[in-house]
Design a protein around this ligand. Structure first.
Ligand code: FES
Ligand code: FES
Length: 161
């Protein structure tokens, strides 16, 4: 069976017909054409598919698209503008927070959600917020430094997370 969902995706209202069993991850990548959200483990273990639902991280591989009707969804494509990185994107760039980059969209969205909710998190709060994301390339120190860099940018009146 299919149903209509109405949501705000990266700042734009959308109405789509989706099968009841369509995963949010597949809706985003295949129906909305937003391929920045990655499929990793496809089982709730890695965090590569992390998107924001009303500013809170959500694993898109474990979420049915039908359950986010009426909500505000942000994917990695929502961040920054042409020629201007968001604070978190700058942090990852400046602090070398990614290597192969496959996990990066999920990490960046988890970080952006944290800084939207709490622009000045403590190191423990950063570590807790990233507890559902796994990187197989980097140590996590650079990623935590990237969040701290972004947090400092925001404190200086910088760009949105
Ligand atoms: S792909 Fe969703 S948690 Fe790994
Ligand atoms: S940068 Fe390669 S998996 Fe994280």
């Amino acid at each position: 069976m299919a149903r209509l969902i109405e949501l705000t995706l990266n700042g734009r209202r959308r109405i789509d017909a989706v099968p009841d069993n369509l995963l949010l991850l597949d809706y985003l990548r295949e129906q909305a054409g937003l391929t920045g959200t990655k499929t990793g483990c496809d089982g709730g273990e890695c965090g590569a598919c992390t998107v924001l639902v009303d500013d809170f991280p959500r694993l898109a591989c474990l979420t049915l698209a039908a359950t986010v009707s009426g909500r505000r969804i942000d994917t990695i494509e929502a961040l920054g503008e042409a020629g201007a990185l968001s604070a978190v994107q700058r942090g990852f760039h400046e602090r070398l927070g990614s290597q192969c980059g496959y996990c990066t969209p999920g990490f960046v969205m988890a970080c952006a959600g944290l800084l939207r909710r709490n622009p000045q998190p403590s190191p423990d709060e950063i570590r807790a917020a990233l507890g559902s994301n796994i990187c197989r390339c980097t140590g996590y120190v650079k990623i935590i430094e990237a969040v701290e860099f972004a947090s400092d940018l925001l404190a200086q009146g910088g760009t949105a997370p």
